[in-house]
Ligand binder design. Structure first.
Ligand SMILES: C[S@@+](CC[C@H](N)C(=O)[O-])C[C@H]1O[C@@H](n2cnc3c(N)ncnc32)[C@H](O)[C@@H]1O
Length: 281
């Protein structure tokens, strides 16, 4: 086996799997809360311009464009893409998350459009090279896998030339601020040197500054088209104030986040970072 593709090396994946095994049933409930609803609205806002249009004549058929939703979890984005007419492959390392996704797709009558596969994104042998018109890895898959080169290498391999990959990760800067607020000075050097932390996370995560994220995708051959912060304004205030303000002014705050999220002056403040990258034609 090519050592670069050796996924047997020690990783944190057993901790990721355990966490989602325990939380799969409640996962979607968290996103009903305003803070996470805002996060989802921004994920969609910054992703939508890169989603190819589906010709209504082929929507949902074998001739429809193909999307890969890697680390697709409970199928939130897979279902949205299936409704747009894509044929979707939703992969995840967690059987329990995929079970939730499958059940939701069945309720929507979309089982026929989504293929669910238990697969580690670091090595996806069942997904053919250059077979996907859109590749998603949103919701921190790249951060959780730690072996980010393996994952992004796979995302690049399966993406068709000229098509886009959208991925989101944890931001080093937002962990730095969390650690400063709680005066965990002893953790800061390690965060900045290694970019990996398990502070306030159930398993270690790899964090990125916008330039690190761009460099990761570029070294695998992608051209970076956008890096956005999600969110860049509401995460600068305390949780209590944020909850209150979102309760009172959700739509106004969402508009501000959309306006400033991809502005280079603010991106680095993002709670998370989302990249849109294109595989050259
Ligand atoms: C925060 S959830 C995001 C789920 C979904 N993409 C969303 O945005 O709602 C992260 C998902 O990544 C999955 N995951 C983590 N590491 C993975 C890996 N190496 N391969 C496949 N899935 C992985 C987890 O099991 C979990 O379902």
């Amino acid at each position: 086996m090519d050592p670069k593709r050796d996924t047997r090396k020690p990783s944190n994946l057993h901790r990721v799997i355990k966490f989602y095994e325990e939380h799969a049933k409640d996962y979607d409930k968290d996103y009903e809360e305003d803070n996470w609803r805002l996060y989802d609205d921004l994920t969609w806002h910054f992703m939508a311009p890169y989603i190819p249009a589906v010709d209504p004549a082929v929507a949902g058929t074998r001739g429809a464009p193909v999307a890969l939703d890697a680390g697709g979890g409970t199928g939130k984005w897979s279902i949205k893409l299936a409704k747009l007419g894509f044929r979707v492959t939703c992969t995840d390392i967690s059987r329990q998350m995929l079970d939730q996704a499958r059940a939701k797709a069945a309720v929507e009558g979309l089982e026929g459009r989504i293929d669910f596969r238990l697969l580690d994104a670091r090595d996806m042998p069942g997904i053919a090279s250059e077979s996907c018109d859109l590749v998603l890895a949103v919701g921190d898959l790249v951060s959780y896998a730690l072996d980010d080169d393996l994952v992004v290498g796979e995302l690049f391999r399966v993406c068709k030339p000229g098509c886009h990959c959208i991925a989101s990760v944890d931001n080093t800067f937002s962990y730095l601020i969390l650690q400063l607020k709680s005066e965990r000075w002893e953790l800061i050097d390690d965060l900045l040197d290694n970019k990996v932390t398990d502070y306030s996370s159930p398993h270690p995560v790899r964090t990125y500054l916008p330039a690190d994220l761009g460099a990761l995708f570029e070294r695998h051959g992608f051209a970076v088209e956008q890096v956005a912060g999600k969110p860049v304004i509401t995460n600068t205030v305390s949780k209590r104030v944020r909850r209150l303000k979102l309760e009172q002014h959700y739509e106004e705050l969402l508009e501000l986040e959309k306006r400033f999220g991809a502005d280079p002056a603010f991106v680095g403040h993002g709670g998370h970072l989302q990249i849109a990258a294109r595989k050259p034609a």
